[in-house]
Every structure is written in C-alpha cells, then in structure tokens.
Design a binder for this molecule. Structure first.
Ligand SMILES: NC(=O)c1ccc[n+]([C@@H]2O[C@H](COP(=O)([O-])OP(=O)(O)OC[C@H]3O[C@@H](n4cnc5c(N)ncnc54)[C@H](O)[C@@H]3O)[C@@H](O)[C@H]2O)c1
Length: 287
C-alpha cells in the first residue's frame, strides 16, 4: 500500500495544525485528497492555512480548539462527525517545549507541558476513539512523540518526560485496541520526528528565576539546530508513507531517530547511567 491508497480521501483532524509539523501534515493530507480539519488555538494561523489549502483546490475546515480542555475536544469530535462525517485520520499533534533546569521550572510551565503534550493526546483519544470503534471503517490515530521520546536531554526534562509518556501511552493503546478486537480496522501509530522546522522553540517556556542563562542557552542551542532541520512538508510525506507501510514507529529521519533508539536500548540493557551527549552523537551513530 502507498499513502495515496490509504489516505486519498476521507477526513483528517489535526490538532496544532496552525504551524510546523501539523501544518505540514495538513498540507500533505490535502494534497493526497483528504478533507482536513485544522484544530488549533491560533485562529489567524489556521485561517491563513485553510485559505491556502482551499485556494490550492483542497478542502479545509478551521476549528478553534484548545486540547487542554477535554470538553472542547469532545465538542470538536461531535462537530466533525455531525457536520463532516467519520474521521479516517486523527493526529494528536499539538505540543509545546520547556527549557530550564527542572528545579527552576515554574509550576504553570510544568502544568502547561503536561496539559498540552500529555492530557491533550488523552483528550483526543477519549473523544474520537469510541466514535472510530462504533463502525468497522478503517481509521488511523497518530500521536506525536519525538526523538525526545527515546532520548534523555538535560534542561528540557518536562518536555522529554511528556514525549516518553506519549510513546508509552501509544504503545499501551495499541495493545488495548488489539485486546478490544479493533485491530482489524483501527491503527494507532507513534510519530517520532527528529528536527523539523517549526515555531516550537520560539514559543517554548523558560524559567523566571534561578539559572535563566542555562535555560536560554538551551533554547539557543535548539534554535541553532533549526538550520539543519527538515522541511515540514517533506517530513509529512515520510510519515504518511511509513504509516501506509504499517510501521508502528513513524520516523521523519530514520537514521537520526533510529540511532537515538539504539542508544536508548544500549543504556537500558547495560544499566549504565545516561551521559551528557550532543545531537551529533545521534546523527553519526557514535557511542
Ligand atoms: N519540530 C520538531 O523538531 C519536533 C520534533 C519532535 C517532536 N515534535 C512534536 O511535534 C508536534 C508539533 O510541534 P511543532 O514543532 O510543529 O510546533 P509548533 O510550535 O510549530 O506548532 C504547534 C502548534 O500547536 C498549537 N497549539 C499549542 N497549544 C495548543 C493547544 N493547547 N491546543 C491546540 N493547539 C495548540 C500552536 O498554536 C501551534 O500552531 C509537537 O507535539 C512536538 O512536540 C516536534
């Protein structure tokens, strides 16, 4: 199967569609022939993207939705099923970053990461899965983890924790779908991007007191990576193709993310403590 066979029509709901990876996935889904529901808190961003997609001959619907709000996500699902029809693809993509030492992290910044990156994914599953399971129609759910879902990185602990959580949640969900007898039509997959061009580092939280310099140095280091980051449309094409090949872990940069996976496996099985390491080490596969 290729992506055109599986995603050449139907409805795709993408949270955090207003920028970066979500916008890339929305553009690519539209190019494949899907109707895209752009769900985000950034109204101007989804309005502009919706207009762009429609001007290019696609079909897009904007829906303001804050994934932190379980009732808002339920309302999103109800509205989509009532007004548009069954969802073929749900992408729980909305996510935010946080920089700084864990002990300096302001409580609201911790809560923001947990509420958006973890609870936001849970709210999507809770709102859409029962509707997807009500028929035998094929449907896909993609949850955005990250290379940070298998790596450990200092000065980004809440974010890294949230991406490990999304990965584990997605793996458990896959087993639950098997256990509940829906694996013949319902496909859950974890997306693990490497570096993809987006706004995530600019909009990231920092710290108000303590070692603000360390937090901002980490932000700047991540902003530097942006120059080597992948284009979101190219990343989306890779993710759709891997999903069509029925892979469970969808990797935008298989070598880069794969070397982080190998390193994770190595430290767990050797029982060594994680060591400070650079991004380069993942890229070159050197350990
Ligand atoms: N860009 C990367 O290199 C990278 C790498 C690995 C994983 N990811 C993951 O990809 C996902 C998308 O990130 P991105 O880099 O494209 O970020 P981005 O900041 O460019 O886009 C995120 C979008 O989510 C929206 N959003 C934020 N809070 C929201 C909320 N409460 N409800 C609904 N929408 C909300 C924002 O308005 C924005 O449009 C995230 O889950 C992120 O962790 C990104």
């Amino acid at each position: 199967m290729n992506a055109h066979d599986l995603f050449g029509g139907g409805i795709a709901v993408i949270t955090g569609a207003g920028a970066g990876i979500g916008a890339g996935l929305a553009r690519h889904a539209s190019q494949l022939g899907m109707t895209v529901v752009l769900a985000d808190i950034d109204e101007p961003a989804i309005t502009a993207l919706g207009e762009e997609i429609c001007a290019a001959g696609g079909s897009a619907v904007n829906m303001l939705c804050d994934v932190r709000d379980a009732q808002a996500v339920e309302a999103l699902a109800d509205t989509v099923y009532r007004d548009l029809g069954p969802v073929r693809l749900l992408v729980n993509n909305a996510g935010v970053e946080q920089f700084g030492y864990l002990w300096d992290t302001p409580l609201p910044n911790w809560q923001r990461v947990v509420d958006i990156n973890i609870s936001g994914v849970f709210h999507g599953i809770r709102a859409f899965l029962p509707k997807m399971m009500a028929t035998d129609a094929p449907a896909w759910v993609w949850n955005l983890s990250s290379i940070g879902g298998v790596a450990v990185v200092p000065l980004q602990a809440p974010y890294i924790m949230s991406k490990h959580a999304v990965l584990a949640l997605t793996e458990c969900l896959h087993l639950e779908i098997q256990s509940a007898g829906h694996a013949h039509h319902l496909h859950v997959q974890a997306v693990l991007p490497g570096a993809v061009v987006s706004n995530i580092f600019e909009s990231a939280g920092g710290v108000a007191s303590g070692d603000t310099g360390a937090a901002e140095a980490q932000r700047n280091a991540m902003l530097d990576i942006k120059t080597e980051a992948m284009d979101p449309l190219a990343a989306a094409a890779v993710v759709f193709e891997q999903a069509a090949q029925d892979r469970f872990y969808l990797l935008t940069q298989p070598d880069y993310v794969g070397s982080a996976m190998a390193e994770r496996g190595r430290i767990l099985t050797t029982q060594e403590a994680p060591q400070l390491q650079t991004k380069r080490r993942f890229e070159t596969g050197q350990h």
